[in-house]
Write a new protein. Structure first.
Lengths: 346, 266, 297
């Protein structure tokens, strides 16, 4: 794990970066420099970052795969819509529940995952995602099916987050909290156990890591995060529809962490930004905008190019090649992600 | 006190049997490992050594038999425990195909080895409470000391995967030392080593035995290492014990020679 | 009457089942030979089907005789080239990546192929004819000749493939590569050629599956999504470690799919079939015919 190479005050960069960003938005509140669309773009990057972080927990830190994680995010979104519209509960409670309930389902998935090899797990979770979407379509009482469900902005202690800039600040604060907690968690006994499990199931077991417990933990944590991301999505977009929660989104999650960087907090954010910006950039570029679904093609190409030339992901490569040597002051060896499944070799 | 403890074997394999399909890999094997020595298990290829090793360390399930171990909590049968539970009893192992954590640094590998010793909980971890920080520091300190002991000081922040083979083998050893085991089981520790490396390994193992007061059990092909440092040896062939004793007795045994070299008539 | 409907459902199930079997076999073939799970198989089949459809449309417009036959041959030629190109351009250069990396490359392919299809062919859906039109009456059953053609075609292709694998030198090469790629290479097997062949074969099988199912699903960019998932479920059910597994898995899934669809619900068809798969996996985590891959500890 790369960030450990700079051990003291490890997450300073995130705190500083976030504070600068928030300051920028506060100024913008007065001066209105950014267009509404840009603010919405930022909000998307923020909740997708939380989503990518969650998925990175599963794939990057723990080495487990799920191709149906969009279902958890959808669940979080629908729960938020439901609780917000019909229960009128407080924002924080809804947010937490939107994480906790998918977490419980994630544990159920983990229980099944324990018995399967990565390939079979990938396919099984693919089916799970499809099932989830199907349920969102059909369970009209809860989700209003294809009509979709609308909701209002959240309210905390009477302050309604009507201005999207206010909501952006709120979302960013939540993201920062998530980053700090994740960081702490990954630099601990539990985090090491997860990475050990990813790198060698045999060795980690022999050192006392219960695969059962830690795989469950990985699924629980990642579905919790993704559920929270879903909740923020619901409040941000104020409309939840089944078509969002399909295979495309699950693949997007994968693309984010692969392109941005596995097992890396910065990588999750970079990946999220990449995937939010690519469709906007193609839409704005005259030649590319003509081609339908160009952003799909570009994202697919990016994934493949990254695997081939920057297997660590964009963020990690920059971190290892440029930043680390500067900070440590000596040449750090190139840190290539080895075979993530040595145990599957025949 | 010390004499009483020394008289009981730390590990007693009792009538262990394992069949794969129709093939009997291990056939009612029994042997005892005295505490505090270096013990060897040898045999030609396919004799069943790896199977025995994996049964003791709980990666395989035997058909019958017992594996009695003297832990802090008294005598236990390792077969009652699961793979990830035996380290808490004090039983640690290495792997033939070095199973290092390739995406982690050297010191992270070692600190992961301390998993069973470090008892922090989730809550302490995510909020980075003072209790957690102190324990992390302690674990890190322990890791640095072991690196120093192994002659690997200065490598802590380097990627484990880019270390040379010999260093990686040492790292595996260092990793299990972090768990403060009573007995360490080494799976072909000299594999891939030349003579001088094997000699250094021999000295290191003896040093570890003395410094850490650990019993060492090794499965090995390399006869020079075995004869050099093992104080007692069991030789097996076709899953059965064919000889047990000191290195001299093993060398003199006809049964052992036959197993390795074939009958004199042929 | 109920029995007649049941038999008709079985025949329908065998029809779709043979297509699932073809597709699943393609996936497993590639997997066993090169450790790559081609998740983009469905999209590639969809793309091939679009090309076939285009050939068919142009042949008809140009007044050529036997337009369907021309399109069919076009399908074979195109998919062979397509499969080879994908392997050459995307798979071979990334062969050194980790297993996860290779999986991800195929995910990227999904996006590229699907995106390209939408860009080139548009997002509408089009009608495609059956290989053999009409219906016929056998005893009390009303069946389509097309169904039998599909089953027959699939059987022929699989028979040829299995014969080749079992009885020819090249088949030995395939089996050797599937069992232990490195050793096969060291022993002189041209594993590159074997890999290219499996991709060509799998893409052809996928294209045929797409063409045969097009009458039911219409030709569109989303046409293969469900078939694709089901063929993966079939491969998992049968187990990835044999060649016969996916075939049997495909047939079982096809029949189950049809029966569930008719007797229970078409909406929840996929979900129920998937649920049954999960249940089976809990008891047999490597599939019905799969086995635990050997790994030395």
């Amino acid at each position: 794990m790369l960030d450990s190479l700079t051990d003291s005050h490890p997450y300073t960069k995130y705190i500083v970066g976030t504070l600068i960003f928030m300051l920028m938005i506060l100024i913008d509140l007065q001066l209105n420099i950014f267009a509404s669309r840009t603010i919405n773009l930022f909000i998307r990057v923020v909740y997708f970052s939380i989503m990518a972080l969650g998925f990175n927990m599963l794939l990057g830190f723990a080495g487990q795969i799920s191709l149906g994680h969009a279902a958890y995010m959808g669940l979080g979104a629908y729960l938020t819509a439901y609780f917000s519209n019909f229960m009128g509960w407080n924002f924080l409670l809804i947010l937490l529940l939107s994480g906790l309930i998918p977490m419980v389902l994630g544990i159920a998935l983990g229980l099944i995952a324990l018995r399967m090899e990565r390939l079979y797990l990938a396919i099984a979770t693919l089916g799970l995602g499809v099932t989830g979407q199907m349920i969102f379509q059909e369970w009209r009482a809860f989700t209003r099916g294809f009509s979709g469900i609308r909701l209002d902005r959240p309210e905390i202690f009477g302050f309604a987050f009507n201005n999207s800039r206010h909501f952006l600040l709120l979302a960013t604060a939540i993201l920062l909290l998530v980053i700090i907690l994740t960081y702490n968690f990954s630099r601990s006994r539990t985090g090491r156990a997860l990475s050990a499990m990813r790198d060698s199931e045999y060795a980690s077991q022999s050192l006392g890591v219960s695969l059962f417990k830690y795989k469950l933990l990985a699924f629980a944590a990642s579905s919790f995060y993704v559920g929270i991301a879903g909740s923020l999505y619901a409040y941000a977009e104020r409309f939840v529809h089944p078509s969002t929660w399909g295979v495309e989104l699950s693949l997007d999650m994968l693309a984010m962490v692969v392109i941005g960087g596995l097992a890396s907090i910065g990588g999750s954010i970079v990946g999220a930004a990449f995937l939010v910006l690519v469709p906007r950039i193609t839409a704005a570029t005259p030649l590319l905008a003509e081609i339908t679904n160009m952003n799909y093609i570009l994202t697919g190409l990016a994934m493949i190019l990254v695997i081939k030339y920057l297997p660590l992901g964009i963020y990690n490569t920059i971190d290892v090649k440029l930043i680390q040597p500067y900070l440590i002051g000596r040449s750090s060896k190139e840190f290539r992600y080895q075979d993530l499944e040595k145990q599957e070799e025949g | 006190m010390a004499e009483e403890e020394n008289s009981l074997p730390i590990l007693k394999v009792d009538n262990l049997t394992k069949t794969f399909g129709g093939l009997v890999a291990v056939d009612e094997l029994s042997f005892s490992v005295p505490q505090g020595i270096i013990y060897g298990l040898i045999g030609p290829n396919g004799a069943g050594k790896t199977t025995v090793f994996n049964m003791i360390t709980r990666f395989y399930k035997p058909d019958s038999g017992k594996v009695l171990f003297q832990s802090d909590q008294g005598e236990v049968d390792l077969l009652d425990y699961r793979v990830h539970e035996i380290i808490d009893l004090g039983v640690a192992r290495t792997f033939q195909n070095i199973e290092l954590f390739n995406n982690m640094t050297v010191i992270e590998n070692l600190m992961a080895g301390g998993h069973s010793q470090l008892k922090t909980n989730f809550f302490q971890e995510i909020f980075r409470l003072p209790g957690f920080k102190a324990k992390e520091k302690e674990t890190r300190q322990q890791a640095l000391e072991i690196l120093d002991f192994l002659g690997l000081a200065g490598k802590e922040n380097q990627p484990a995967s880019s270390q040379p083979y010999g260093v990686q083998k040492l790292l595996e050893l260092g990793r299990i030392l972090m768990a403060e085991p009573e007995i360490i089981l080494l799976d072909e520790p000299a594999a891939g080593m030349n003579d001088s490396e094997t000699n250094r390994l021999a000295k290191l193992l003896q040093l570890i035995k003395d410094e850490f007061d650990i019993t060492i059990f090794l499965v090995e092909h390399d006869m020079s290492l075995v004869m050099d440092i093992c104080q007692q040896i069991t030789a097996i062939n076709f899953g059965k014990k064919i000889c047990q004793g000191s290195p001299a007795e093993i060398q003199a045994s006809e049964a052992v020679q036959e197993a390795y070299l074939g009958r004199k008539e042929n | 009457m109920a029995r007649i409907i049941f038999i008709q459902n079985i025949i329908g199930g065998l029809e779709t089942g043979s297509l699932y079997a073809l597709a699943a076999l393609g996936v497993v073939l590639i997997y066993r030979v090169s450790d790559v799970t081609n998740f983009a198989q469905g999209e590639m089949a969809m793309f091939s089907t679009f090309v076939t459809f285009t050939i068919w449309t142009y042949s008809r417009a140009a007044g050529l005789p036997y337009p369907y036959l021309i399109a069919f041959i076009g399908a074979l030629i195109f998919s062979a080239i397509f499969g080879y190109s994908i392997e050459r351009v995307f798979i071979r250069p990334t062969a050194e990546s980790s297993l996860l990396g290779k999986m991800i490359v195929t995910f990227g392919l999904i996006l590229i192929v699907n995106g390209s299809a939408a860009a080139i062919f548009g997002t509408d859906s089009y009608y495609m004819q059956r290989a053999i039109g009409g219906t016929m009456i056998i005893g009390n059953l009303v069946v389509r000749p097309h169904s039998f053609f599909v089953i027959f075609l699939a059987l022929v292709i699989m028979a040829v493939l299995f014969y080749m694998i079992r009885n020819t030198m090249f088949g030995v090469a395939i089996r050797a590569t599937a069992q232990d790629r490195e050793t096969a290479r060291l022993m002189g097997v041209n594993t590159t050629k074997v890999t290219a062949f499996t991709w060509i074969m799998a893409t052809i099988m996928g294209a045929i599956a797409g063409l045969m199912i097009a009458p039911a699903t219409n030709v569109s960019t989303g046409m293969m999504a469900d078939v694709h998932l089901k063929s993966f479920i079939a491969a998992v059910l049968g187990g990835f470690t044999s060649f016969i597994g996916p075939v049997i898995g495909g047939l079982i899934i096809g029949i189950m799919d049809n029966l569930v669809g008719y007797y229970i619900s078409t909406n929840w068809q996929t979900v129920i079939v998937y649920g049954i798969l999960i249940l089976i996996l809990i008891f047999k985590p490597y599939g019905l015919f799969g086995s635990r891959p050997q790994k030395k500890v």
